[in-house]
Design a protein around this ligand. Structure first.
Ligand code: FUB
Length: 311
């Protein structure tokens, strides 16, 4: 497939013998990949699916207790940099909740800011998911979690975008997709959260990931439009919209994996879509595996649908 060929072309600059392969990580389950280009490498901050067992998470449901970060200079060989944040090391998080869902990470002025959802301790007075930040000097940590979650934000799937003028934005999901400006410190909201309009009304939308290309802001998100989630996008000339539904990036998984979750980066002049499927666990779609394929734009700026490469 063309994406594998492109991966190989890039990887062959660095190693002659290794071929690209989906899924990217095979020694553990990974999901919700937030890929970022930091320096000359790609870093992926995914969720880390583990199996719940009685007394440890909810059996049959998502179960995550920590986050690992993976890095690669050639998109072929991935180095597990180890656990960077865990439910037992976040001061405000319930250390028995196993709810470290989809995260994101961004660089600003010498620091790396890692955003993650978790269930807050009952004593924090919050119900459901909050979103916290951990800060590091390097993309692989050590990350120091803030003592409190971000005030005024309740939901999952944080995503951060910094515009050309330096204004940072936080996006997240709670049935709908929300967005707000972030303060310069990247730790507090600078505007009231707003529901992003005009996305399709029906069906769960989550997993926002926003990027800009040629002055167009692309808001990408998984949407349960029919049965399971497919990856869609909407466009705008402003980071907070209003957006216009523009198309489908990836159809529903042929295997029936209910969730999908994406990020899109440009690395060495090629765009890539990172996403997940249940390829390594076809009978249990809460044990997922991250994948990547090349992504192409049409001349009018629309995104060509990505067909998953199986190997
Ligand atoms: O990984 C748990 C949840 O599944 C994520 O937060 C959603 O985006 C979905 O992928």
């Amino acid at each position: 497939p063309k994406s594998s060929t492109l991966f190989c072309a890039i990887s062959c600059l660095f190693t002659l013998s290794v071929k690209a392969q989906n899924p990217l990580i095979t020694n553990q389950f990974t999901a919700d990949p937030s890929a970022r280009v930091f320096g000359d490498s790609v870093y992926i901050y995914p969720s880390h699916d583990i199996l719940a067992r009685p007394g440890h998470g909810r059996v049959g449901w998502f179960c995550m207790e920590d986050y690992h970060v993976f890095s690669s200079a050639n998109l072929t060989e991935w180095k597990d940099q180890g656990a960077i944040v865990s439910q037992t090391t976040v001061p405000w998080a319930d250390s028995t909740a196993y709810s470290m869902w989809a995260p994101d990470c961004i660089y600003r002025k010498g620091k790396y800011y890692f955003y993650f959802p978790a269930t807050a301790k009952a004593s924090e007075g919050n119900r459901g998911f909050s979103i916290g930040v951990a800060v590091a000097d390097k993309p692989y940590g050590p990350f120091i979690p803030q003592t409190k979650p971000i005030a005024g934000v309740h939901g999952i799937d944080p995503n951060v975008f910094i515009d050309k003028d330096g204004q940072a934005y936080l996006y997240w999901a709670q049935g709908n997709i929300y967005g707000a400006k972030l303060k310069e410190n990247m730790l507090e909201l600078a505007s009231e959260p707003q529901i992003l309009k005009e996305l399709p009304e029906k069906g769960l939308k989550e997993g926002p990931y926003l990027f800009e290309r040629n002055g167009t802001y692309y808001l990408t998100y998984p949407h349960a439009a029919n049965k399971t989630e497919r990856l869609e996008y909407a466009t705008s000339n402003s980071p907070l919209g209003p957006f216009k539904f523009t198309g489908v990036i990836m159809d529903e998984s042929p295997s029936g994996c209910w969730t999908n979750h994406q990020s899109i980066i440009k690395f060495r002049n090629q765009w890539y879509l990172f996403y997940h499927d249940d390829q390594l666990s076809p009978k249990f779609d809460k044990s997922r595996s991250i994948r990547a394929d090349s992504l192409f734009f049409n001349s009018d700026g629309t995104i060509q649908k990505v067909i998953p490469t199986l190997r």
